[in-house]
Design a protein around this ligand. Sequence first.
Ligand code: IPM
Ligand code: MN
Length: 383
Amino acid sequence: AQTTRIAVTPGDGIGPEVVAEAVRCLEILRTRHNLALEWSRFPWPSHAWHEEHGECWPQDALEQLKAYDAILLGALGDPGPIHDTDRYLLPDSLSLAPLLDMRKGFDQWVCERPARLLPGARQYLRDDRAKDIDMLVIRENSEGEYVSQGGRLRQGTPDEVATQMEVFTGRATERIIRYGFEQARKRAGERVQDGRTRSFQTLDGTTCESQVCLITKRNALRYWGDMYTEVFEDISQEYPDVATHHELVDAACMKFVSCPWAFDVVVASNLQGDILTDLAAVISGGMGVAPSCNLNPTNPDLPSMFEPTHGSAPDIAGQGIADPTAMLFTTARMLEWLGRKDPLLSQAGQELFDAVAAELAAKGKEQRSTREIGDAICKRLGA
Ligand code: IPM
Ligand code: MN
């Protein structure tokens, strides 16, 4: 196979610490399976780069990253977000952070955030049915509430008005909803394959083998809510094997806590998905285990980006105690994604997932250092 190239961007805070463990695992997998895989490290985007250069990454950063098949990102912000006032946080700037620039620049229009409560992970919900939590939240990642259009009028006066536009196009709506149905079908197939067949008790009391739940706030935000709903109903006709459901985002928040095991695939807009995925992360073990994948499924020439949902955690940075589990699950997902070009990589991804999950099940409850957890997983990989 052609060599697959990864841009490793450790970032800030605990980012470099957890990325170091990911790179160790990649190294073992590469050697053991003779993978056609290589990676380069970038010192940006980061706070350190900003200190030295006055900008959070070089002007041609996207150009440089474009040459890679994937970007593996640690965490950004030290301690807060990077304030590159030349390009970011200006009233008219289209970008808020390098993260958003990468999503936009590489048209990573899907954000996949799986939330599965694995054995050994911290169970925040007391109800034991929480063990069945296994959902995939798909966040629209290209438009909606994140278009950053608007402005402030009469700023600094008592009559100030701030506007912030939301833009939803039919094209982006259709592709994200279709993607949701495809994933529901794929997940049902995978469950059959590994004997995890289950029927979901759906939210309306019936049962189904796979389901897509559409999130909107169409009782208040009518225009895009109606468009999303119509597109959803149209596309669902092509997937008679997948049950459908619709929740308003506020009710969905409640049900993510009261009966999260009833959800399978969830499709949400950019901001609503952002909020729901923090909630989904906490009910499935917390920020220490949650991966996030920013994907461009349409253009194989543009890199997708993989990051743990957690941030740079400046309060524990430098102490070697950050849990690398989320980073390693993220790395496993990246390898599975890259498997579309080289099937050996998806096998390696599955192997990494199994090793991290096994370690979590065995010792997830113990307090251990980043290195100790990394060592144990490397050992499971055959190091
Ligand atoms: C996330 C983060 C980002 C977002 C921030 C850092 C801009 O919260 O990836 O979920 O809102 O998308
Ligand atoms: Mn977020």
